[in-house]
Design a binder for this molecule. Structure first.
Ligand SMILES: Cc1cc2nc3c(=O)[nH]c(=O)nc-3n(C[C@H](O)[C@H](O)[C@H](O)COP(=O)(O)OP(=O)(O)OC[C@H]3O[C@@H](n4cnc5c(N)ncnc54)[C@H](O)[C@@H]3O)c2cc1C
Ligand code: SF4
Length: 330
């Protein structure tokens, strides 16, 4: 490990100021960043420990929404009574991730900023545009079983590997940020990005910007009774998704008033399936409608040598997630 300066921030202003210096990184639970440092993938010159900032609360908001502190641990988020009651999709998605021990340490902010699990990104002996821009993408012609099928570019076909973010997309969450130029909010759907020509950038954050909270708007509560997070993976626990689906339905009698769908581990960012959502609006729930929606969502998908199976897997996962969500009772 390379030497680095360690500072412990006592307030958000000081944290932002320290993290605005070149080569600085925030340190939260450390479950991703410390691994990357040990592997030689990340070498921050300055670590800004934010664990003592007062950003761990989970609080009800006016209008029925919830504010999830950026430093609330994943376990505390999934166990919180209001999260379970009003936004069970979030609790399910968080609990589908990692292991109990990791969730006890991992924070909500860190979860959004976790980096890809592309094996070549972790192997510093291999070319990787995300780790070292301009060196090439080893996955394009290499072992690409877990890689993206939507929104890829010639420079990178990695996926965003997390779980919670798909639920946040489906519920139109909003991310609260504090940076050197002040505070701002950004819809979660604009937080992560596609690789394009700059795969080294995972998110639309400005230098030194700190995630302070994630807001779940009260409108999302109407999906509480019919939502499901489905994660398809090689092992039943402690494995990243091959494909995941966050599905949420709001019913008007026997018709779907509104559907929300977000796919995970199929692209460089959580993939909101808006065409599928539009097709389901006003439809009667059922396998035919769900399959049609899934076809639309995957219409633009392209596989690589080892991951073509993910296209059909994603279609089937969508149908199953929607079927499960639609059977849940009010
Ligand atoms: C073996 C293993 C299995 C896992 N399986 C899963 C899984 O199945 N699903 C899943 O979703 N995740 C999984 N994870 C990932 C885990 O959820 C993340 O490592 C964790 O959520 C990161 O949170 P952290 O607080 O530890 O972040 P850290 O490691 O401290 O930080 C990660 C990144 O986020 C940045 N950061 C942290 N907080 C903030 C903030 N408030 N504002 C701005 N930037 C910030 C840091 O600078 C760093 O770049 C797994 C991890 C491991 C090690
Ligand atoms: S897919 Fe992205 S992360 Fe993986 S090797 Fe290619 S550039 Fe690197």
């Amino acid at each position: 490990m390379k030497p680095f300066v360690f500072t412990r921030a006592t307030d958000a202003d000081a944290a932002v100021q320290a993290a605005s210096q070149p080569g600085a990184s925030f340190l939260a639970g450390g479950t991703n960043l410390v691994d990357l440092m040990k592997e030689g993938v990340a070498a921050p010159e300055r670590l800004v420990d934010i664990n003592r900032l007062p950003l761990a609360a989970i609080e009800a908001q006016a209008g029925g929404g919830l504010r999830l502190g950026a430093l609330a641990r994943n376990s505390d988020t999934a166990d919180h009574r209001l999260v379970r009651l009003s936004f069970p999709l979030v609790a399910q998605a968080v609990l589908a991730g990692a292991s109990g021990q990791l969730r006890n340490a991992a924070t909500n902010g860190g979860n959004l900023r976790q980096r890809t699990r592309c094996p070549y990104f972790y192997d510093v002996s291999q070319p990787c545009n995300k780790r070292e821009p301009g060196t090439g993408c080893s996955a394009l012609e290499g072992f690409n079983r877990s890689h993206a099928i939507l929104g890829t570019s010639q420079t990178c076909i990695a996926t965003y590997p997390g779980d919670m973010a798909q639920a946040l997309h489906a519920l139109d969450a909003v991310v609260q940020l504090q940076g050197p130029a002040g505070r701002r909010t950004i819809p979660i759907t604009e937080f992560h990005r596609l690789p394009g020509d700059t795969p080294e950038l995972d998110a639309n954050l400005r230098p030194g910007e700190l995630i302070t909270a994630i807001d779940l708007p009260g409108d999302g509560m109407r999906f509480a009774q019919r939502s499901h997070y489905l994660k398809v993976r090689d092992r039943a626990s402690y494995a990243f998704a091959l494909v995941s689906v966050a599905a949420a339905l709001d019913m008007d009698g026997d018709r779907i008033r509104q559907a929300r769908l977000c796919l995970g581990s199929v692209a460089h960012m959580p993939w909101r399936a808006r065409e599928a959502e539009a097709l389901l609006q006003g439809a009667r729930p059922g396998r035919q409608a769900f399959r049609q929606a899934a076809e639309a969502a995957l219409a633009g998908a392209t596989g690589f040598e080892h991951n073509r199976f993910k296209i059909e897997m994603a279609r089937r996962a969508m149908v199953r997630a929607l079927e499960t969500a639609s059977r849940m009772t009010a």
